[in-house]
Design a binder for this molecule. Structure first.
Ligand code: ZN
Ligand code: ZN
Length: 277
């Protein structure tokens, strides 16, 4: 899951200097998944009232509700009553969050348009703008589903090594699709861990943690919060099941699988295009 709206702004799992916050804000805008304020507010509700009516993506209302239904149907009255209980003062105190929200539509058109249509049309001048726009929409839809799977699949299918009493699961497929966001049982047990998993990117597939660590090297990311191994061990013993821990795959295997699972649409699209011509 994303290093910005999720790990930085929703959970305050690490701190970032303004140039990094600017990059993260631009990337988050390009995903068109609501502004940072809305995204973080809903995500805080998702954690605080997980899998109950106060959770916008409450999985106990079924797979389809958790995946996509919550975006289209009327909100539960309990959810609406819980919104004011979430403290968002820190979010609006950040000028990047504030001005992204204020001119959100304009930023989306500018940043998304530049990144996914403007730059590709410069790099591939022989491709028509219509084709590039269609690709832009296609990748948007694919990425949305990748994100939504964390609310649906990772709250239903998989293992619960850290806490057996909650719905979120560690799900290997989602580890790849959500770029390290599939350790969801861990994440709901220890939401403030900046890595979103027990291990760093060196031991487990987690490109999002690698991204944060790279910026930590130049000092733009700092104060990364990590849960100490003893606490994790004690918690696993008390509420989880250590037998269900994801075996650390060999990193080469993880990277190859991750690239295939993440980027399968590219060869498929270019293959179809090649066959048509
Ligand atoms: Zn969740
Ligand atoms: Zn979270």
């Amino acid at each position: 899951m994303c290093p910005g709206a999720h790990r930085l702004w929703s959970h305050r799992a690490y701190k970032a200097k303004w140039p990094l916050r600017l990059i993260l804000g631009a990337l988050q805008t390009a995903t068109i998944q609501e502004d940072i304020y809305e995204w973080s507010l809903k995500h805080r509700l998702h954690h605080k009232f997980s899998d109950t009516d106060g959770d916008p993506t409450n999985v106990s209302r079924g797979f389809l509700w958790a995946h996509i239904g919550w975006l289209f149907f009327k909100r539960h009255p309990t959810y609406l009553s819980k919104v004011p209980t979430i403290d968002t003062t820190d979010l609006m105190a950040d000028p990047i969050v504030k001005y992204q929200r204020k001119f959100y539509t304009l930023w989306v058109v500018l940043i998304r348009g530049t990144m996914f249509t403007g730059i590709p049309s410069y790099l591939f001048p022989d491709q028509g703008v219509g084709y590039l726009l269609a690709m832009n929409v296609l990748f948007y839809v694919i990425l949305l589903h990748y994100t939504w799977l964390v609310n649906s699949v990772a709250h239903m299918f998989g293992y619960r090594p850290y806490d057996q009493s909650i719905e979120p699961t560690d799900n290997t497929v989602l580890v790849y699709l959500a770029m390290g966001g599939g350790y969801h049982n861990y994440h709901h047990t220890f939401p403030h861990d900046y890595s979103g998993s027990e291990y760093g990117w060196e031991q487990n597939f987690n490109p999002t943690t690698l991204f944060i660590d790279m910026f930590a090297k130049i000092g733009w990311a700092y104060d990364r919060r990590k849960v100490c191994p003893q606490v994790i061990q004690m918690r696993t013993k008390r509420t989880g099941d250590a037998n269900q821990l994801r075996r650390n795959a060999r990193m080469a295997v993880d990277v190859i699988l991750g690239l295939i699972i993440l980027y399968w649409p590219l060869p498929v699209i270019y293959g179809i295009r090649y066959l048509i011509h």
